[in-house]
Write a protein that binds this ligand. Structure first.
Ligand SMILES: Nc1ncnc2c1ncn2[C@@H]1O[C@H](COP(=O)(O)OP(=O)(O)OP(=O)(O)O)[C@@H](O)[C@H]1O
Ligand SMILES: [Mg+2]
Length: 240
């Protein structure tokens, strides 16, 4: 207790008449990798947007606290300053900037030039595709390449909490493996992660704890390894 980085209590979100999130509690402790899994339309992305305060106009109830503080009204640059980074669903890159510039933008709150250069070199090493295309506009990258860049850019800010929305989406099986290797390594480095994924198996294999979301409710939570063995999770989310 007391070491949660993120605490969501009684969160409800309604888009007009559509109740997308119906009163959920969720917390992520320091250093944890927590998976949030669930079917299409369950309310996962809505939950992440409620956390970062990036929802379109809609009705929100409940509280979100990040390091004990409310994020209400925060702009995206406030979030980076507070060391919270989000990789949104699909592509979250600056399409009219080069790959190199996107990575530099990710690090705009830092002033350790040598460290920034070393990090860029590190990510080019992890994703050689990005290195080969360093000067190219990010908008010309393939979907999967943009996904890699979005992840690297988020990590350039050295976040304390990383929110990932379906990082494996649109990636080939080899790249999915690679992205998950990156996620596991980032977690080992001590960054706290909330991971939203359709790929429940990979997510639970990487995570410490998990939550299942179904039609706006959290229907199950527990230790990730136990959830992998749970017959209900197996039947509904692992196709076993
Ligand atoms: N801007 C919006 N206006 C109206 N309804 C919305 C809006 N955004 C989401 N919804 C609805 O809210 C529900 C939850 O959507 P959400 O995007 O949170 O689901 P999700 O769990 O992320 O699904 P997926 O796995 O497909 O990404 C869906 O029924 C969706 O149609
Ligand atoms: Mg979603």
């Amino acid at each position: 207790m007391g070491d949660n980085v993120l605490k969501v209590s009684g969160l409800k979100v309604a888009y007009g008449g559509i109740k997308a999130v119906k009163g959920i509690d969720l917390e992520v402790n320091k250093g944890e990798l927590v998976a949030l899994i669930g079917a299409n339309g369950a309310g996962k992305t809505t939950t992440l947007k409620a956390i970062t305060g990036t929802l379109p106009p809609c009705k929100v109830e409940g509280t979100v606290s990040y390091k004990g503080e409310s994020l209400k009204g925060s702009k995206s640059f406030h979030l980076v300053e507070k060391r919270l980074a989000m990789v949104p669903e699909g592509r979250g890159v600056f399409t009219r900037m080069s790959i190199q510039e996107n990575l530099m933008m990710g690090a705009y709150t830092r002033d350790d030039k040598a460290g920034i250069d070393a990090d860029i070199a590190k990510w080019f090493d992890v994703f050689p595709r990005l290195k080969e295309r360093a000067a190219q506009m990010a908008g010309t990258l393939s979907g999967g390449e943009q996904q890699m860049l979005a992840m690297a850019r988020a990590l350039m800010s050295h976040p304390e909490l990383l929110l990932l929305d379906e990082p494996s989406m649109g990636l080939s099986p080899i790249m999915v493996e690679k992205i998950f290797e990156v996620i596991r390594n980032v977690s080992k480095e001590g960054i706290t992660i909330l991971l939203v994924e359709q790929n429940a198996k990979l997510a639970l294999q990487a995570a410490h704890r998990g939550y299942v979301m179904d039609s706006g409710h959290i229907t199950m939570t527990g230790n990730a390894k136990d959830m992998l063995d749970d017959p209900r999770v197996k039947a509904a989310y692992l196709g076993e």
